[in-house]
Design a protein around this ligand. Sequence first.
Ligand SMILES: *[C@@H]1O[C@H](CO)[C@@H](O)[C@H](O)[C@H]1NC(C)=O
Ligand SMILES: *[C@@H]1O[C@H](CO)[C@@H](O)[C@H](O)[C@H]1NC(C)=O
Ligand SMILES: *[C@@H]1O[C@H](CO)[C@@H](O)[C@H](O)[C@H]1NC(C)=O
Length: 305
Amino acid sequence: MHFSRKWAALCSVLALGPALVPATTLYMSPSGSDSNTGASATNALKTLKGVLGKVTAAKPADAVDIVVAEGTFVGQSVVWTYFNGKPIKFAPPAGAKTKPIFDGEGTGLAWFTMGDSADAAVPTNLHFIGLNVTNYWLGLDLGRNKAPGNSQNESSNNTITGNRFHGVKNSNPADSDGDGKNEDLTGYIHAIYAAHNSRGNVIANNEFKQVTGDVVRTRDGSHDNLIEGNRFTTAGKYSAYSDWIADTGNECPSHGNRFKDNTVGDGYFGPFKAGYVTHVYGPDDRCSNGGTLPARIIETGTVIQ
Ligand SMILES: *[C@@H]1O[C@H](CO)[C@@H](O)[C@H](O)[C@H]1NC(C)=O
Ligand SMILES: *[C@@H]1O[C@H](CO)[C@@H](O)[C@H](O)[C@H]1NC(C)=O
Ligand SMILES: *[C@@H]1O[C@H](CO)[C@@H](O)[C@H](O)[C@H]1NC(C)=O
């Protein structure tokens, strides 16, 4: 009697276990359809926009797992605007043999742009795991559209691990400022752009190939990001990773970003200048209020290949 009551109590604890970490699961597949429910692999959605539409309508308060089927998703692009502070994860199913491919087909698309979180206290908490992003103009944009310098919005605590970004580029000069002359735009293209208070992001164990601009770029108060264990091949214009602010203006330099144990080959246009695997632009001390801040970039363990 005593034994079985204990046993029953143990069983109910075990049964409760999974319920303590509730998650909403949605499925997407190249063979899916955005008119499906997305509730199962056989009823999968097709696009990132379709997934966004579902979560925006359902407003789950718990973690969201987006199970991305193997195969090739063509021409997809999204400005993601749903955040609830819980992890929102894009990853292949357990046991997948290949990385799902997002192919931008070289048509000038940005793959995934993070929109603003409606509440600055809610971390965006996006997780991208094991995806293959290829032929895009821009890869993952964490904060590009925010008003420079005055945004309270943060994109923070996102993780980008084990992905492959290949062919993130724009080689065609164009007249971006309307002065009638074409500019070289290659430097504007990044595989991962973390700007305007994008903090505490982890960019680890990814492979970056054929990226025309600096591969990872932080800007304006984007502190404490970790860039670790990635491999850069034919990627980066001046550097594999740079932090940038203009020489004038009111944007703040980013501090405490760690570039750790990365393997770095030549840049897109050839070998980097000596000392340019990482680089910072603009004044170091703006916004420091006279105090001392950690270095902008702390680079350790780079393996040059
Ligand atoms: C990523 O996709 C490209 C394009 O289909 C393919 O050539 C490459 O092998 C893939 N790489 C990985 C690591 O999945
Ligand atoms: C990000 O994570 C760190 C460590 O877990 C935590 O201290 C910080 O508050 C988080 N940031 C936000 C905006 O939630
Ligand atoms: C976030 O940014 C948007 C657009 O810039 C702005 O309308 C909104 O007020 C901001 N939210 C917070 C909490 O600052």
